[in-house]
Design a protein around this ligand. Structure first.
Ligand code: NAD
Length: 476
């Protein structure tokens, strides 16, 4: 069994002070693969101290220097693409397509941040005031397991561009992904202390970051429940917080949509990352008059999904990350049946031929009511709820009748109508008639899907604090 016992503090790899061992299991085989020695609060405090000590000098580096470092980081991550893919597939059962996309986006995060930095006006005049956009200080970053490398890269890229230093606490379930990306980032040769990485549990290292007075800002990606707990703690020292949380996103098929064309995309939106994606389109809203047709197409699309170990590139649904997550998905499938939804495809248990591993059957429920638990709660597995609606207004009302607001998808033939629905969906992002990847566009949620935005110039400004100086001598 492999042992990972690493923290990365002040530019050096060290053995953690923490002693707790966590055994990680390959979700495709249930075999124990790795023992991780977890960091503890003391490790977190050391990392915070290193980031604090590095901040002053780093905040005074020039734009050109930071642009160079961002390019070096982008190059380093791009060169490691094959390794990143391999470890994502092995550690949590990410599909090949997901792993490749994540690895590429991780490299692009740094080059895109470089681009934003190149053009950004840190100093400007507003009225007669001199405005300066300043870095926060030490940023705490807490990330989930489901595309760990991508989240670390996108957050770190912005912090570096802004001139802040960082303490990163990745999910304890992604120790191998973290070990790799840490080595890769280290290879880019940034000054010690600019970023520090400590893998530990949320209620120890994560909680320390949330409460420590020397952390000025937290950027968190994870569940809504944990995001709320972090925000509550963070307010005591008035930390700035960016929260990227869960979702229960609607996919609206308008009655003039080409369902045969739209369904493969809707299915992909529902099962991306094996359904373990915050932006998954898990509620499919279809006009009642075309419910039978939509249901049949959905069943066909879900039955065609290939479930299995993800080193096979044909597989589009891998295992759930842990036994706990598998049990959670099973629980929801059973609950959907008990609530009276019609089971159209999939169902409880493992797919035929897969006796081991945390595999679930891609499942479609028809005739779902939006007040059922399967339509309200984030399942985080390949489970689609088909909900009939009666008019465009009804579709919008159902789409927005959710505590979440991360994403939305609309399919239809009439551009004015699709646009009206896209405008009406309460969400941080909406896709019309396709799946897109525009990393400059802001990403984040409304309602309980989060606070603030990531990516592009909007994301960058979350890492900056405006300061206004009045009465200055304008000739200077
Ligand atoms: P999680 O909330 O359980 O954990 C996320 C991170 O928070 C982990 O690093 C964990 O160790 C840490 N954590 C746990 N308790 C903590 C505490 N008390 N204080 C500080 N940190 C703590 O989420 P997960 O299971 O790793 O990821 C899945 C969730 O993340 C889903 O809800 C999903 O929707 C969400 N997510 C959101 C986005 C987005 O961009 N909006 C992206 C991916 C995942």
């Amino acid at each position: 069994m492999r042992i990972i016992a690493n923290v990365y503090i002040d530019g050096e790899f060290a053995v953690p002070h923490g002693r707790e061992a966590l055994v990680l299991v390959d979700p495709a085989t249930e075999r124990e693969t790795t023992t991780v020695i977890l960091a503890d609060e003391l490790d977190a405090r050391r990392a915070i101290a290193a980031a604090k000590a590095a901040f002053l000098a780093f905040s005074q580096t020039s734009r050109a220097e930071r642009m160079e470092w961002l390019q070096a980081l982008s190059n380093a991550v791009a060169a490691a693409e094959a390794d990143i893919v391999e470890v994502m597939v092995a550690e949590y059962g990410g599909t090949m397509a997901m792993a490749q996309g994540t690895a590429r986006r991780a490299a692009a995060s740094f080059s895109l941040a470089r681009k934003v930095l190149a053009d950004y006006a840190f100093e400007r005049e507003v009225g007669g005031a001199r405005m300066r956009m300043l870095p926060h200080g030490v940023v705490g970053m807490i990330t989930p397991w489901n595309a760990n490398t991508g989240f670390i890269a996108s957050k770190l890229a912005m912090a570096i561009a802004s001139g802040s230093t960082s303490v990163i606490k990745p999910s304890e379930l992604s120790a191998a992904q973290t070990e790799l990306i840490t080595r890769v980032l280290h290879g880019a040769g940034l000054p010690p202390g600019v970023f520090n990485i400590v893998t530990g549990r949320g209620d120890t290292v994560g909680a320390e970051i949330a409460r420590h007075p020397d952390i000025a800002k937290i950027s968190f990606t994870g569940s809504t429940a944990v995001g709320k707990a972090i925000a509550r703690t963070a307010v005591d020292s008035m930390k700035r917080v960016t929260l990227e949380l869960g979702g229960k996103s609607p996919t609206v098929f308008l009655d003039d949509a080409d369902f045969a064309k739209a369904m493969p995309l809707a299915a992909m939106a529902a099962v991306m990352n094996s359904g373990q994606a915050c932006i998954a389109g898990t509620r499919l809203l279809v006009p009642r008059s075309r419910l039978a047709e939509a249901s049949e197409l959905a069943v066909r699309a879900f039955d065609a999904l290939v479930v299995g170990p993800t080193h096979d590139p044909r597989v589009n649904v891998g295992p759930m990350v842990t036994r706990k997550q598998w049990e959670r998905v099973q629980g929801y499938i059973e609950r959907g049946v008990a609530e009276g939804a019609t089971l159209l495809a999939g169902g409880p248990g493992r797919p035929a031929g897969l006796e081991r591993g945390w595999f679930v059957r891609p499942t479609v429920f028809g005739e779902v009511r939006n007040d059922m638990a399967i339509a309200r709660e984030e399942i985080f597995g390949p489970v689609l709820c088909i909900i009939p609606y009666d008019s465009d207004e009804d579709a919008l009302a159902i789409a927005n009748d959710t505590p979440y607001g991360l994403h939305g998808y609309v399919f239809g033939a009439d551009p004015a109508r699709t646009r009206k629905i896209a405008d009406g969906i309460q969400a941080g992002r909406v896709f019309i008639n396709g799946l897109y990847d525009i990393p400059e566009a802001p990403f984040g949620g409304v309602k309980q899907s989060g606070l603030g935005r990531e990516f592009g110039v909007f994301g960058f400004e979350e890492y900056l604090e405006p300061k206004a100086i009045m009465g200055h001598d304008t000739r200077l």
